[in-house]
Structures are given as structure tokens and as C-alpha cells.
Write a protein that binds this ligand. Structure first.
Ligand SMILES: *[C@@H]1O[C@H](CO)[C@@H](O)[C@H](O)[C@H]1NC(C)=O
Ligand SMILES: *[C@@H]1O[C@H](CO)[C@@H](O)[C@H](O)[C@H]1NC(C)=O
Ligand SMILES: *[C@@H]1O[C@H](CO)[C@@H](O)[C@H](O)[C@H]1NC(C)=O
Length: 395
């Protein structure tokens, strides 16, 4: 879940704040007044900070408002604490998405500061749109099941207990090289490249390295093979973030290839065990980017959702949840006759998914869909387990 795109995110905020409200050109006087107004209002100090920091940089940005200059600026901010290659990569990755959103929001910078800074605005309704999710009426009679008694240590039969393997954030590095530099200046290391790779200060281990490295493929393979030989599991949940942390080098081809490879590895090791896959923020290209259907079609992660649907076969039948998996990357399925598993695509819950700044209200109807699923489960007397990558209230 680690975020590398943060420098760009900061710049995004600044660039948006630079845009004059209602197309009116903003000058130094306006900015000073805006800061003064904010200071005298009862807004939390961070709101004032948002504008105050934005003001001088916005002034610079306004003088030279071309894409090239803005990207150069992004790279400079990024390179304060990252190598240039990383900054080049990350700005290229986000270029299209960034300017797409920027152009559409340029007239409404207040919305951005309000949406970004907790406390600047009613957190339950950041857009001020009155976002509501209709809830079904409460059933007249509801009986809640009492929790099962905890099994006594002496009891030998445990008939209703399922054994589940849950794996998440494996971040496999297919280019991991044992013996390479494990303490490089890049955000991720252990690839045989660059300075010090012949004489590393800390050499990457054969099975992995504690520190700034992802794990090699062989470690994953070995672990799965060990588990399948030594444990009997009823089903498997994989919680997302299969992809490595080199998010300044992401491509759709690369991501889909890794997902195909890793899911076939799981299927090979557990040919008869149900395996359920959820999406993580690193499955997005660029990282954290999940475009809802309200933005241009060119940004929709159609192939990712198709791949997810493919990986969950044959354990999730496509018609079971009305194609939700292919539409929004969220799905719902019965694991046993009383247990339902629902996975929510939390790519719509991450604050560096820039598309959300265009419209934060229930992207792709995910929460509305979720409420429907919960209602159906309740009426059917099912228990529900929710599988998602980003925990609520984190980002
Ligand atoms: C997955 O990748 C590994 C390591 O590169 C390779 O050995 C293996 O053949 C690949 N498996 C598939 C099914 O492509
Ligand atoms: C499937 O989705 C469509 C479009 O959202 C809706 O009209 C239809 O009622 C849904 N069908 C079921 C079985 O949920
Ligand atoms: C935002 O998206 C929701 C659907 O997810 C839609 O109902 C709403 O009208 C949109 N709001 C705007 C301002 O486009």
C-alpha cells in the first residue's frame, strides 16, 4: 500500500490551487486576501496552510502554465528526496491522468483544498453534493445469531470450522537478483543494476532481504508449495498488491502478465481449492489509479477487471453478482451455503486516485451495490465476510 506518488500528489494540489476561481485571473493581492480571509475564519490551521503554501507556488505556476513546465516542476519537487529516474518515471506515468483531471478542476480550486484537508469541510460530504446512499428499511423482526461458544480445548470434533489461507501484499519482484545491492538510493532495491551492484554494501539474499526489497518469485513458489504439501485449506483469499513496488515503471502489459503468472502458480499449487482474488492499489496503472465510468473511456481499467474476473474462475460464476467484477472490480459470492464473501475494490478509496477529485460520490455505484448485496445476504440468512485491500479510514 506504500505511496510513491506523493510528491506528484502534493504538486497536484498546488497546481489546482493555482487556478483562479471562476476563471478570473488571480493576482498577488487576491492571494494575500484569500490567506487573510482564511486566517480570520474559524477554519482549522491546515486549511490556511493549504492555501498559504499554494499561494507563492501558484504564482510561479501561473506565470508559466504550460504542461512541460508543470511537469518539470513536479520532477523538481520529487527529486528533493528521490532519484531523478524515479521522478521522470512517475511524472510520465501520471501525465495524462493528471492533466485530464487538472483541466476539469481548474475552475474550482476551493473544492480541492476542501476535499484534501480533513476538517476544511464536512467529512461526510466533501463535495457538498449531499452524497447519500439509500438504505433499505429495517426489517420488522430481526434476530441476531448469538456467537458460537468458544471451542473447549478438549473437544476433538470441530465440524463447522473452515481453515482459510489469507495472503496479501506479496509484491513479487520478477527481476530480483541475489547478490545485488540491497541498500540502493532508489525506493526499491535488489535488482542487479546501477552503482555498487558489483560490490554491494549489503548484498541481496537468495530468498529475500529485509529492507527496501520485494520478494523473489522463488520465495513465493516455495512458500505455496510448502503450504499445499503440509496444510489442508478450505479456501484461499488473496488480498491484492501482487505487483512489485517499482511503480515508476508500471505498464498494463507488465501488470497483466504478472497477474496471469501468479494466478496460474496458485492454481498449479492448489488445483482443487477455491481461490478468491481482490484488487490492491498497486494493481492500478499508474499506481492507485482506478477510473470510474464517469471519466473518459480511455482511462477505464477494463483489462484489469477482466483479468480479475478470469482469476476468480471457476470459483466465482460471472452471472452471480450481475457482472460487478467486470464493471467495478468488486464481487460477491457464496463460499458455503451460509457464508458469503464480498470483495470491495478499494481503489476508489485512496486519496491519490486523482480521478476521485472530479466526483467523489459513490464511484461506479460501489456502495449502492454493496448495500444491495448486504440486504440480499441478510434476507437469505447468510453470514458475510468482507475482503478488501485498504482498511476503512486509512487513506
Ligand atoms: C512465471 O514466471 C516465472 C519466473 O519468471 C517463470 O519461471 C514461469 O514459467 C512463469 N509461469 C507462467 C505460467 O508463465
Ligand atoms: C443487473 O444490473 C442491471 C443494471 O444495473 C439491473 O437493471 C438489473 O436489475 C440487475 N439484475 C440483477 C439480477 O441484479
Ligand atoms: C457523481 O457520480 C454519481 C454516480 O457515481 C452521480 O450520481 C452524480 O450525479 C455525479 N455528480 C456529478 C457532479 O457529476
Amino acid at each position: 500500500m506504500r505511496l510513491l506518488s506523493f510528491p506528484l500528489f502534493s504538486l497536484f494540489l498546488l497546481v489546482l490551487c493555482h487556478a483562479a476561481p471562476n476563471k478570473k485571473k488571480m493576482n498577488k493581492k487576491d492571494l494575500t486576501k484569500m490567506v487573510k480571509d482564511l486566517r480570520e475564519s474559524n477554519e482549522p490551521v491546515t486549511c490556511v496552510g493549504c492555501i498559504a503554501v499554494a499561494a507563492p507556488l501558484a504564482y510561479v505556476a501561473r506565470l508559466t502554465p504550460t504542461e512541460g513546465i508543470i511537469l518539470w516542476f513536479a520532477k523538481m519537487i520529487c527529486s528533493i528526496n528521490q532519484p531523478m529516474e524515479v521522478c521522470d518515471g512517475i511524472t510520465q506515468q501520471f501525465r495524462e491522468e493528471f492533466f485530464y483531471v487538472f483541466r476539469r478542476l481548474a475552475n474550482d480550486p476551493g473544492k480541492i483544498c476542501a476535499a484534501l484537508i480533513p476538517g476544511c469541510v464536512d467529512p461526510s460530504d466533501p463535495d457538498g453534493e449531499g452524497w447519500n446512499i439509500p438504505l433499505p428499511p429495517r426489517p420488522l423482526s430481526l434476530t441476531f445469531p448469538s456467537p458460537p461458544p468458544s471451542p473447549s480445548p478438549s473437544s476433538t470434533s470441530t465440524p463447522n470450522i473452515l481453515k482459510v489461507l489469507q495472503i496479501t501484499d506479496i509484491h513479487i519482484d520478477f527481476h530480483y537478483e541475489p547478490g545485488s545491492e540491497a541498500e540502493c538510493s532508489d525506493p526499491v532495491c535488489c535488482r542487479g543494476r546501477g552503482r555498487g551492484s558489483h560490490n554491494p554494501s549489503v548484498a541481496a539474499g537468495f530468498w529475500g532481504t529485509i529492507g527496501k526489497c520485494d520478494i523473489p518469485y522463488r520465495t513465493m513458489e516455495n512458500m505455496l508449495s510448502h503450504i499445499s504439501k503440509n496444510h489442508q485449506v478450505d479456501y484461499i483469499m488473496v488480498g491484492g498488491d501482487i505487483i512489485d513496488h517499482y511503480d515508476w515503471k508500471y505498464s498494463w502489459e507488465g501488470t497483466l502478465e504478472v497477474l496471469r503468472n501468479v494466478s496460474s502458480l496458485f492454481k498449479e499449487q492448489f488445483p482443487t481449492t477455491p481461490i478468491y482474488w481482490a484488487l490492491g492499489n498497486h494493481e492500478g496503472v499508474p499506481v492507485n489509479s482506478f477510473a470510474p465510468h464517469s471519466v473518459d473511456e480511455q482511462f477505464w481499467p477494463i483489462h484489469l477487471y477482466d483479468q480479475l474476473t478470469q482469476m476468480n474462475k471457476p470459483w466465482i460464476k460471472e452471472d452471480e453478482d450481475n457482472k460487478s467484477s467486470r464493471y467495478r472490480g468488486s464481487w460477491s459470492t457464496l463460499v458455503t451455503d451460509r457464508l458469503r464473501l464480498i470483495s470491495i475494490n478499494t481503489g476508489f478509496c485512496i486519496n491519490t486516485n486523482f480521478f476521485l477529485y472530479l466526483n467523489q460520490s459513490d464511484p461506479d455505484g460501489t456502495m449502492t451495490w454493496f448495500v444491495e448485496q448486504m440486504k440480499k445476504a441478510e434476507l437469505a440468512g447468510e453470514n458475510v465476510h468482507i475482503l478488501a485491500h485498504i482498511p476503512p479510514r486509512i487513506l
